[in-house]
Design a binder for this molecule. Structure first.
Ligand code: GLN
Length: 236
């Protein structure tokens, strides 16, 4: 059984912990590098990615976070957490922002616009929905939400979303980048790449626990296969 850590520097970490509690899973708040050694999976919540990056830098968390992802531990990033996990981020005020990386994609930090352009919408993610039956869609809460504009071959797309017609291409410094990508009729809003799950929206702000269940299942499978591999190595 995986032991979940939730990065608790800033943002919606309490909401993630509350959902896990509803599912009967106790989570540990992570604020220091050494605390990562006590957990087998990690959730990086939504919030504000530059602030989160500054706090992570202050607490010297980047080397341990990168190692955690690199050694294959299950990690889920929601919204700002997705940005943190991307190999490349574009969009407003990205200059110099530190990322954990590991997810082979380019993310636009504020693709869906500013705070007042935040919205809720139904998002279709059949792979995740099929876990527990029920509807094939999820209520997606998009708050200053990012979107994945390009994803590498290893990245499995779990959900995409139509580009809203009100996306302005002229009002921010990333206009040129955005303009190129607005040609796309859809952008990616949920992905999995091996041990990494990432969503542009906030399942922790809804009553629907299916994304958390999906992550826990994925994490348990990874931990179990690690354990059986190491048992095999011992036997050989
Ligand atoms: N776009 C925000 C950022 O850059 C993320 C928003 C969120 O996590 N709700 O950090």
């Amino acid at each position: 059984m995986t032991l979940v850590g939730v990065l608790a520097l800033q943002g919606s970490f309490n909401e993630h912990i509350a959902v896990l509690r509803r599912l009967g899973v106790k989570a540990v708040e992570i604020r220091k590098p050494e605390q990562l050694q006590n957990v087998t999976s990690l959730i990086i919540p939504g919030g504000e990615s530059t602030t989160m990056a500054k706090l992570a830098e202050y607490h010297n968390l980047f080397p341990s976070l990168r190692e955690f992802v690199k050694i294959g531990r299950p990690v889920w990033g929601t919204c700002a957490g997705l940005i943190f996990l991307a190999d490349k981020a574009t969009g407003q005020k990205t200059g110099g922002q530190k990322l954990v990386g590991g997810l082979d994609c380019t993310v636009h930090r504020n693709f869906f616009g500013s705070q007042i352009q935040s919205f809720e919408a139904e998002v279709s993610a059949p792979e995740v929905a099929s876990q527990e039956g029920g509807p094939e869609t999820f209520r997606g809460v998009f708050i200053r939400a990012p979107a994945i504009l390009e994803a590498g071959p290893e990245v499995q797309v779990l959900a995409d979303y139509p580009v809203p017609s009100n996306i302005s291409t002229s009002s921010d410094s990333a206009g040129e980048e955005q303009k190129e990508n607005v040609e796309q009729s859809k952008v990616i809003v949920a992905v999995r790449q091996g041990n990494i799950l990432a969503t542009a929206f906030h399942p922790e702000l809804t009553a629907d626990t299916r994304w958390h269940s999906y992550f826990l299942k994925m994490a348990n499978e990874i931990i179990e296969s690690e354990t059986s591999n190491s048992q095999l190595q011992v036997q050989v």
